[in-house]
Design a protein around this ligand. Structure first.
Ligand SMILES: Cc1ncc(COP(=O)(O)O)c(C=O)c1O
Length: 383
């Protein structure tokens, strides 16, 4: 009954691992991939008002024009991307939907997509669902898990149609610098590739590094589909709201699929999101807290026997190297869970080049990080 294509695609390794976690007791989990903060008050109040005012019907397929207009102002001011809110911004059900639409709008069966890895677990399946082939590009620890054009050159073929760029990155926490993005942009032009730029963690950047959007580069406006959302920066995961911007032609094609499959993004979440410009201080506070946790976690990880960890520059993940423990990332994570009572995610879940690493989220309290480190230390010392 199930199509061969769907049958052949594995379930997310994160899900599988969390089924194990759910069965265990007294676990400190560094496995979570979402903010532990509540949604900021201005967004909550705006959502509650929407319900009170019976704002419960469909919106335009593109999304509320008022929200698209606010987003186009934000895109211009913060990202240097100029878009017409009427035709070049689409509001989606999470960044997840925007990603799926972007692939389906531009790919034909048999096309290849360059997917730098380790990377977010949905990219490859989305490409498969479009009857296309993801081509993994390894990102290396020696290069701070940043994409190099040399690695891209080795894998590009005549069938290559697009490349994913995700900065800050899940699971490595790496952030691409302007010069990295310029190199990738030149490469994309040379090989006539569309760039899908996932910028969901744009606000979660540390050490005064500035987020750069490739869609702002000269000559790249029509080549880049910028994907973003409210989930991570605004602690808004369950509300399911994202957006995409790009050329009017691509955004219209994405809207065509969205129109038939989703109709529109949740109206209440869209109304809630109208308050995002009032949340600057809330975002700042969360980022500063993540930063403290990042330092505590990375310092502690580097003190563990057989573990080393480069300082991540963005998102809320550390990606320690565990090769010197002699275990695979799956074995390390399973044993740490059953014996040490700490949950982390095996790096192999994020692609082959994630092997030898585990993902530790610092979207948990300082106390939980301290407790996790204490347990990891005593577990490793018992080995
Ligand atoms: C890099 C990245 N992109 C996209 C998503 C999807 O986010 P959402 O659909 O909640 O906006 C996630 C979720 O973890 C992610 O880590």
């Amino acid at each position: 009954m199930i199509s061969e294509r769907v049958r052949d695609i594995p379930f997310s390794g994160i899900r599988r691992f969390f089924e194990l976690v759910e069965k265990s007791e007294d676990i400190v989990s560094l496995g979570v991939g979402e903010p532990d903060f509540p949604t900021p008050d201005p967004l909550k109040i705006s959502g509650i008002d929407a319900i009170r005012e019976d704002y419960t019907s469909y919106t335009s397929n593109y999304g509320l024009l008022e929200l698209r207009t606010l987003l186009s102002d934000k895109l211009e001011k913060e990202n240097g991307i100029q878009v017409n809110p009427e035709k070049q911004v689409l509001i989606t059900s999470g960044t997840s939907e925007a990603l799926d639409l972007a692939f389906r709008a531009i790919l034909d069966p048999g096309d290849e997509v360059l997917v730098p890895e380790p990377s977010y677990v949905s990219y490859k399946p989305c490409v498969w669902f479009s009857h296309c082939t993801p081509v993994p590009i390894p990102m290396r620890e020696e290069h701070d898990f940043r994409i190099t054009v040399e690695d891209l050159e080795k894998s590009v073929t005549k069938k290559s149609k697009a490349i994913i760029v995700a900065s800050p990155n899940n699971p490595t926490g790496s952030v691409l610098l302007k010069k990295d993005l310029e190199g990738i942009a030149d490469f994309a032009v040379e090989h006539d590739l569309t760039v899908i730029s996932d910028e969901l963690y744009e606000y979660l950047i540390y050490d005064k590094i500035k987020h750069v959007s490739m869609g702002s580069f000269n000559g790249m406006q029509d080549r880049v589909i910028t994907i973003n959302g409210f989930s991570k920066g605004y602690a808004f995961t369950g509300w399911r709201l994202g957006y995409a911007c790009g050329s009017a032609e691509v955004v219209e094609a994405m809207m065509k699929i969205h129109q038939y499959t989703m109709l529109c993004a949740p109206s209440i979440a869209q109304r809630a999101a109208l308050a995002f410009p009032q949340c600057k201080k809330h975002v700042k506070r969360m980022v500063s807290e993540y930063d403290n946790r990042r330092k505590l976690l990375v310092k502690g990880l580097n003190e563990l026997e057989g573990v080393s960890c480069i300082m991540p520059k963005g998102a809320f993940y550390a990606f320690p190297n565990i090769r010197d423990t002699g275990m695979s990332s799956q074995e390390f994570s399973e044993k740490l869970l059953s014996e040490g009572k700490v949950a982390v995610v095996p790096g192999s879940t994020f692609g082959k080049s994630g092997e030898g690493f585990v993902r530790c989220s610092y979207s948990v309290s300082m106390d939980e990080i301290r407790e996790a480190l204490k347990r990891m230390d005593s577990w490793i010392n018992k080995k």
